[in-house]
Design a protein around this ligand. Structure first.
Ligand code: GLN
Length: 423
């Protein structure tokens, strides 16, 4: 059976065919030569399943969509505080290649515009490998295949890179560039010339949606906190001077590239990527924006959509005989966040367990946030104080050292033990 998701992606392509406004980027001669009618879309879930339609095998240069990943690598290398010293996180409201720094701090305003991206590139450092080699290795890990540089694009941009050189000298003069300007720009331009297709980009975006873990290999490429920081910056600055319109209308952290690609990330759910070379006046793919808008509307991707994951966190409550003793079993699922732990506590208060023995089956829980850990420790204390005996089934060790807030450790069972006890 062909997936209806693939049929849907075909429809998106067919129904945006009329969007032919805009021009391919011409300040990089090699990009001006691209076929403007190429089009592709891909979607990758946090489980690593990729759906793609259109010219899916067509490769193009990553351009500014490399910026988020280079910034994230700089944060992994240097730590957030040090990176924030060099690069701000405020939307600039200006074009991507604006010749300006913050007049008060001398910083580039954010890492998604060229000034900030050149600074971020120069913060990636390692004695053994160049920043470009490290970035290529990172892109390859993200896409789960070897990614290479399109040398023709790199040479073409290097030959016309005066504006980026100007920016680098400006950065250097304000003490915000840790490398010699010319070599920083050369490295940055090579970073932008990495050659990818929409599948690669969807996987890269899905890694960000998955909190920094590549969904297919399971490799952690960015820390959870670093990923969250990056996505916030993409949400506010990723679409340059169109960022406000984008966030309200499409509503997902995104980044465009001047070759015609756009990636979008819905945290916890999917990464999406679109490609079409004609650009709107902001330098974002015109048909790409139209396709992203459709994806967001049709698939309910808007970040501010009031989804209610808490509804399903308590999968079921049942009573059963456990080792011959009557017990109340709470089966939990999904991520334990504020709303889900609140709904569990609310249930325990409005319908207190009538049995002495209480079992929390967490074998379907993926992650427990600190707020949920604290609240559940306090809840466990109250239940113990009321004379209940608590058993925790947590095979994935989502709460490895769980104890109540008085320091009493809670009995732990395996899933098998729970199953056997009910026979
Ligand atoms: N390499 C391009 C530049 O620096 C990237 C710009 C973009 O994709 N918006 O001009």
């Amino acid at each position: 059976m062909r997936s209806p998701i693939l049929d849907y992606l075909d429809t998106i392509i067919a129904e945006t065919e009329h969007v032919v406004s805009g021009e391919s980027a011409d300040y990089i001669p090699e990009l001006a030569a691209a076929d403007p009618d190429r089009v592709a879309v891909a979607l990758c879930t946090v489980n690593g399943t990729v759906y793609a339609s259109g010219d899916t095998g067509h490769r193009f240069s990553i351009q500014s969509m490399s910026k988020p990943f280079a910034y994230a690598l700089a944060i992994e290398d240097r730590g957030l505080e040090s990176v924030l010293h060099h690069i701000g996180v405020e939307p600039s409201g200006e074009a991507f290649n604006e010749l300006s720094l913050d007049p008060e701090t001398g910083q580039p305003r954010n890492p998604m515009i060229n000034a900030g991206a050149i600074a971020a590139h120069s913060l990636i450092d390692d004695d053994r490998q160049s920043a470009v080699d490290r970035l290529l290795a990172l892109f390859s890990q993200l896409a789960d295949r070897p990614v290479e540089i399109d040398e023709a694009v790199a040479a073409s941009e290097l030959a016309t890179g005066d504006r980026n050189l100007g920016l680098a000298y400006l950065l250097h003069s304000s003490g915000r560039l840790t490398r010699e300007p010319r070599s920083a720009v050369e490295g940055y331009i090579r970073q932008c010339a990495a050659s990818v297709d929409v599948r690669d980009l969807a996987l890269m975006a899905a890694t960000l949606a998955n909190g920094g873990v590549q969904p297919n290999t399971g490799d952690r490429l960015f820390s959870r906190a670093g990923t969250r920081h990056l996505l916030s910056v993409m949400a506010s600055c990723g679409m340059y001077d169109a960022a406000g319109d984008w966030l309200t209308a499409v509503g997902i952290p995104a980044k465009s590239g001047v070759a015609g690609g756009i990636i979008g990330v819905l945290p916890g759910q999917v990464g999406v990527a679109v490609f079409s070379p004609r650009l709107d006046p902001h330098g974002n793919s015109a048909r790409g924006v139209a396709m992203m808008q459709r994806l967001s509307d049709d698939l309910g991707l808007h970040l501010m959509e009031a989804n209610r994951p808490s509804r399903s966190s308590l999968r079921e409550t049942r009573t059963a005989s456990v080792d011959g003793q009557e017990a109340t079993i709470y089966v939990l699922q999904g991520d334990m966040v504020l709303s889900s732990i609140e709904s569990l506590v609310h249930e325990l208060i409005t319908n207190p367990p009538k049995t002495e023995l209480v079992v929390f089956d967490m074998s379907r829980v993926a992650e427990v946030l600190p707020v949920a850990r604290r609240t559940s420790a306090e809840t466990a204390t109250k239940l113990c104080d009321e004379g209940h005996r608590i058993i925790l089934v947590d095979p994935e060790s989502t709460v490895p050292d769980f104890q109540d807030s008085r320091g009493r450790s809670i009995e732990r069972w395996t899933r098998e033990r729970l199953e056997q006890s009910q026979r």
